[in-house]
Write a protein that binds this ligand. Structure first.
Ligand SMILES: Cc1cc2nc3c(=O)[nH]c(=O)nc-3n(C[C@H](O)[C@H](O)[C@H](O)COP(=O)(O)O)c2cc1C
Ligand code: SF4
Length: 531
């Protein structure tokens, strides 16, 4: 009965107010303005059949839904611990905010990490730290077949499409990349007019929808590709094979979210959903993928061409490596994305349970390319929750030549991790097409923050490297990361990641965890062959 107490009180008050208003004081009738809506709400709750909670708890049941609406904010502002990762901790987000806003990022009083806990990581320091005069760390991307190599920063902005992002967020990223001298990946939504305003270096991503280089039927259009790729602003071309947050899944930008600008950038019709198929139509085997890489390199007049993927079946990546050996064609770069990566929207099960985490995928790809004698030809990048300079150093130690980051740069332009990117109601105006919400982004100001975050992270990286007696991220090796094991021992390097000596796979002595996969990997097919 207590469930109905509030409704009964409201009904009683409404009845009393009515009687008093009619008999004693008409002004009391004003109370009904407040009470009558509650009466109707309570009665509606009793008869409706949609929500059991409302039926059982008329009026009060709405409080639950109200609190649920603000759950993320309540948790974030009042409950969240500094190290709770949801998916990024307050400590991580604050670090980006401080570096982007150029405020003091020093930490007082000492670490809040338990350095005795299993999994704790650190870098060894040298008694004579190195002196690093310039922290603008760069790596040349472009193998022997590339005629326009790109001298990239070791930290760049990872793909986030115009479509999932609004125009101002795209402009802030690109302007920031221009100011800081690093690259901005377009994401699969292709190059929009907003990417071109500030002329920051672009990595043009070509995904299964071939947006910006497609025929009306959605096939790859070489002539349109050639025209777009000729723009000097496009410094590299990245074929997207998969994305860690939703590997094996295409995407849909619903018709309702398509604007004429998005449709123009992508080369799609406005009157239907914009589909990214789950698989490419331009190639269907590792050999064909290599020929596609070669074709894009030729069509782009020799710009670096590579691909991005999350590692799934190990034999598939090994099949691609076999295709490189068979054709003599190698991509200029490979980006390994992790299952912990972000997305505008993805099915829950795919996000939580499909694909390999970045550290495993990266060290695997590094080992296989090294074992195949191809590591010197192909630059390797990693993307997956890189926030601090230590995250970058760990990726370099595991084999990366450079790092791509999306959400760190999103924090730099104000993302508060509200996780409503798929609703078009992003509170900070980043992942929305709503022009009013986008107004929250002052492009010039946010671009400064993007550049400042990058610059201060590079500075922090230089300090880390110098403390370890190293001069460049490329000097990092697995043993530069020390890890606390479960039994309390200190391990040099992370032993779960297997190293491979140069050419190991070529002389047939394939180490055990990889032998079976290597034997059934095929250059002619993504599927596993019989052993
Ligand atoms: C809102 C959003 C949109 C994204 N769009 C793309 C995309 O179009 N293409 C792509 O390859 N990756 C996309 N990603 C994934 C990122 O590029 C990146 O690979 C992943 O988030 C891991 O990096 P991070 O942990 O630094 O965010 C997107 C991520 C987010 C958060
Ligand atoms: S503020 Fe929230 S909705 Fe906007 S980009 Fe960040 S996580 Fe997505």
């Amino acid at each position: 009965m207590s469930r109905y107490l509030i409704l009964i009180v409201v009904l009683a008050l409404a009845a009393t107010s009515t009687v008093l208003a009619l008999t004693v004081e008409p002004a009391i009738g004003w109370l009904l303005v407040l009470l009558l809506p509650l009466v109707f709400l309570g009665l509606h709750d009793l008869v409706q059949r949609q929500h059991a909670i409302w039926r059982n708890y008329p009026i009060t049941g709405h409080v639950r839904f109200l609190l649920e609406t603000f759950r993320a904010e309540i948790r974030q502002y009042f409950i969240e611990g500094e190290r709770d990762r949801l998916p990024f901790s307050l400590e991580q987000r604050s670090l980006v905010y401080r570096r982007a806003k150029q405020v003091n990022d020093a930490q007082p009083f000492g670490t809040i990490h338990d350095m005795d806990a299993p999994g704790a990581m650190w870098m060894p320091h040298a008694i004579q730290p190195a002196i690093i005069p310039d922290c603008d760390f760069r790596v040349m991307i472009g193998g022997p077949d590339c005629r326009q190599p790109y001298l990239a920063s070791v930290l760049n902005i990872s793909g986030t499409s115009f479509g999932s992002f609004g125009a101002r967020a795209i402009m802030a990223f690109n302007h920031g990349a221009k100011l800081g001298g690093f690259a901005h990946n377009t994401g699969e939504g292709s190059i929009s007019s907003h990417h071109r305003v500030h002329r920051g270096a672009l990595i043009w991503q070509v995904a299964s929808g071939y947006f910006g280089c497609r025929t009306p039927e959605g096939e790859f259009d070489p002539e349109r590709f050639r025209q777009q790729a000729a723009d000097p602003q496009v410094r590299m071309i990245e074929i997207k094979l998969s994305q860690g947050a939703k590997p094996g899944h295409g995407g849909v930008l619903p018709r309702a979210k398509l604007t004429p600008e998005i449709a123009t950038a992508r080369g799609v019709e406005l009157d239907r959903d914009c589909i990214s198929p789950a698989r490419h139509s331009a190639f269907s085997s590792p050999l064909e993928l290599m020929r596609f890489v070669d074709r894009l390199r030729t069509l782009s007049e020799g710009k670096p061409v590579g691909f991005k993927l999350a590692i799934g079946y190990r034999h598939e990546f090994m099949g691609i490596v076999k295709a490189m050996l068979e054709t003599g064609i190698a991509p200029d770069f490979i980006v390994i994305d992790g299952s912990e990566g972000g997305t505008g929207a993805a099915p829950v099960e795919l996000t939580n349970h499909v694909g390999m985490p970045v550290a495993d995928g990266l060290s695997f790809a590094h080992a296989i390319l090294t074992g195949a004698g191809l590591r010197d030809r192909v630059r390797l990048a990693a993307s997956g929750k890189a926030i601090s300079a230590f995250d970058l150093c760990r990726f370099h130690a595991l084999g990366a030549d450079y790092v791509m980051a999306a959400r760190a740069f999103m924090f730099s332009i104000g993302c508060i991790q509200a996780r409503m990117c798929h609703t078009n109601r992003c509170p900070t105006g980043i992942t929305t097409q709503d022009p009013l919400r986008q107004k929250a982004i002052d492009v010039a100001e946010k671009a400064q923050r993007v550049a400042a975050f990058h610059r201060n992270t590079m500075h922090a990286m230089a300090e880390l490297l110098a403390a370890s007696g190293l001069g460049h991220p490329g000097d990092l090796r697995p043993h530069h990361i020390h890890v606390r094991a479960r039994d309390g021992q200190i391990l040099r390097g992370e032993p779960r990641f297997i190293q491979m000596a140069q050419g190991t796979l070529l002389n047939g002595s394939v180490p055990d965890p990889y032998r079976q996969d290597w034997e059934c990997a095929q250059a002619a097919s993504f599927t596993a062959g019989l052993q």
